[in-house]
Design a protein around this ligand. Structure first.
Ligand SMILES: [Zn+2]
Length: 608
């Protein structure tokens, strides 16, 4: 990530200017005082993702969730409510065990913690596919859950705000995306049961707030609550959710200093504090509070400065101090970097909100980098709860399942998979933004005409993406294409003719015309190989990049003689997902993250 912090500090001013130009149709549904974003999201049902890699993740997670036993899913809720709890334990973190000891036990760390995220993901799948069986499962799970609601769940739980936050999301998505007409009533009962057992305001991690509890009770994430509470308010659940959201904004120790440009990231728990930046964005979008936009955009710049070339961050789940040796040390000291599904989920939401507010395409660049180099290459979720957790940036890295079954990342992977479509395409009153290049179709209606754009191609394993326009009659709109910052020499053709408008790396190219059915856009993004240093203190520690892709050397690259810069830059793409360089006497093979299976790999190489 070579986006400087200064670039992002300057964004808040331009965001305010962009908001002023928003067409009334997009702002109409927003509550008073809200800051209307520049870009809007499509509905889940407006986009169909056809990319095989993305679809495989969607189908895998959907299958696993649809087949989870419902008694097992409800078991911790029933046990903690003192009700009969038939059926097998689901296992791993999901179990309830009153005698759980975090020093030695795996099963029982976070009982019921992922339930709300799974209901949310199922509601999103229903909205994407229209599947009645999926909606039925959502409605059934919500009713079964409703029979268990009570304070005992929160009183006995190590993570009362974490669980409440996820339940809020499951219920508001059930309301909006699966038309569960009882969802807001269940949300009201959930909130009444939960609030007496939550801290009165945001509590920073590691601070004790409940007497008589061990250290593991200090890892709750109350500072992430406002995002979904603001969304509950925006979707009509009532004013109390706005007020609750405001109560949990972590201003004093986190958003206030970030808004002033103070880097207070060092030592913070990585995923949850990055996730809390989405709460700052929803505070801005709901209340018009520019301080929270400044906090989020400043923090994003600080995060970018401490990210790996993959776009991931957080060695050993910690954010690091600027200029520290921590990143370099992590390449040999740990195998536990970037909490991949959770971190990607937080990163995608944050960059989507920032992109919507600022219109700055570089947030899309960041999203793309994280997508292709981290979560899209995650091992699939397995029915017995094995889940991909950490990306491994060690010089002898491996792609492995977590030791824990049904961890936090088993809750976020299904949500990441459901959101690929709404992250890829965005819109404003003038037209459509192509934010992520992946085979998919978006459909909408404009001036009574049915319009669609369909992407195809093998990007980023090839240079080109094609977009076919569909319209029921000729229609004027703007198609904006994200030109990544690395894409010098990018070019666009419309119906086979070179398009003469501005194509600038780091911006959207805006093609405005009356489109006809069958029109075709071809985008070429030349993926020249380049080397990116780990950080400015380690200019010899380099990742080889092709476009947004990190190329990971495999087969014991770390044990060979150090490569020369020129040797790496002469690497050739020998197959769609395989590169080779000649390093000294022997060839060295590189794979993108999505193509790595059992091979040991490195992320960085130290140049000779
Ligand atoms: Zn996780």
């Amino acid at each position: 990530m070579r986006i400087t912090r200064r670039d992002f500090v300057s964004l808040s001013a331009s965001a305010a200017a962009l908001v002023a130009g928003l067409p009334r149709s997009l702002g109409a549904a927003l509550p008073r005082n809200a800051a209307a974003p520049t870009l809007a999201e499509f509905g889940y049902g407006d986009v169909s993702v056809t990319s095989a890699l993305h679809r495989a993740q969607l189908e895998n997670t959907h299958d696993v969730l649809m087949n989870l036993d419902e008694d097992s899913l409800l078991k911790p809720f029933r046990q903690m409510a003192g009700q009969p709890a038939p059926g097998a334990d689901l296992g791993g973190w999901y179990n309830y065990d009153p005698d759980y000891d975090w020093h030695k036990d795996d099963a029982g760390f976070a009982p019921g913690a992922t339930f709300g995220q799974w209901v949310s993901a199922l509601a999103r799948y229903h909205a994407i596919t229209g599947s009645q069986a999926t909606r039925d499962k959502v409605l059934r799970l919500n009713r079964l859950y409703g029979a268990t609601i009570g304070g005992g769940f929160y009183d006995k739980n190590r993570f009362p705000t974490y669980c409440y936050d996820k339940l809020v999301l499951g219920l508001i998505d059930s309301h909006t995306l699966a038309a569960d007409t009882d969802a807001f009533a269940l949300l009201e009962r959930t909130t009444r049961a939960a609030v007496p057992h939550l801290p009165v305001a945001a509590v920073d991690r590691e601070l004790p707030w409940r007497p008589g509890k061990d250290q593991s009770y200090r890892w709750d994430e109350s500072y992430t609550l406002p995002e979904n509470l603001f969304l509950a308010y925006q979707r009509g659940a009532g004013r109390r959710y706005r007020d609750l959201a405001v109560r949990y904004l972590d201003d004093a120790t986190w958003f206030d200093p970030l808004a002033r440009g103070e880097n207070v990231l060092a030592g913070k728990h990585a995923y949850s504090y990055v996730n809390s930046l989405s709460s700052a964005m929803q505070a801005y979008l709901t209340l018009g509070s520019s301080k929270h936009l400044r906090a989020a955009s400043n923090a994003f710049g600080m995060l970018a400065a401490q990210s790996y070339a993959t776009g991931g961050w957080g060695p050993d789940e910690k954010l690091v101090a600027p200029g520290a040796e921590t990143l370099d040390a992590s390449l040999t000291a740990t195998h536990n970097s970037f909490e991949t599904p959770c971190g990607a989920y937080a990163h995608f939401k944050l960059t989507r909100y920032l992109l919507r507010v600022t219109g700055d395409s570089r947030y899309g660049d960041s999203m793309e980098r994280v997508m292709y180099n981290t979560v899209l290459g995650a091992r699939p979720l397995s029915a017995d709860g094995r889940a991909f957790y950490y990306s491994d940036y060690n010089v002898s890295g491996r792609k492995v399942y977590s030791n824990h079954r049904f961890p936090c990342c088993s809750g976020t992977l299904p949500q990441v998979a459901a959101d690929y479509g709404i992250n890829a395409w965005l819109r404003d009153a003038r037209g459509v933004y192509v934010n992520l290049y992946l085979p998919s179709i978006v459909r909408w209606v404009r001036d009574g005409a049915r319009c669609s754009l369909e992407q195809s191609g093998d990007y980023p394993f090839a240079d080109t993406t094609s977009i076919r326009v569909g319209t029921s009659r000729p229609t004027q709109f703007v198609v904006r294409l994200r030109i990544p910052e690395w894409a010098a020499g990018a070019r666009i053709e419309v119906n086979g003719e070179r398009w003469s408008g501005a194509v600038e790396p780091g911006r959207f190219a805006a093609i405005r015309r009356a489109w006809h059915d069958g029109d075709r856009i071809d985008l070429e993004l030349p993926r020249r190989l380049r080397l990116e240093p780990l950080d400015s203190r380690h200019p010899q520690v380099m990742a080889l990049m092709s476009g947004p892709l990190v190329l990971f050397p495999i087969d014991g690259a770390g044990e060979r003689a150090p490569p020369q810069r020129a040797e790496l830059l002469l690497a050739r793409q020998v197959a769609p997902r395989r590169w080779e360089a000649q390093v000294g006497p022997a060839p060295l093979t590189f794979l993108p993250f999505v193509a790595i299976d059992e091979e040991p790999y490195s992320t960085y190489l130290t140049l000779g």
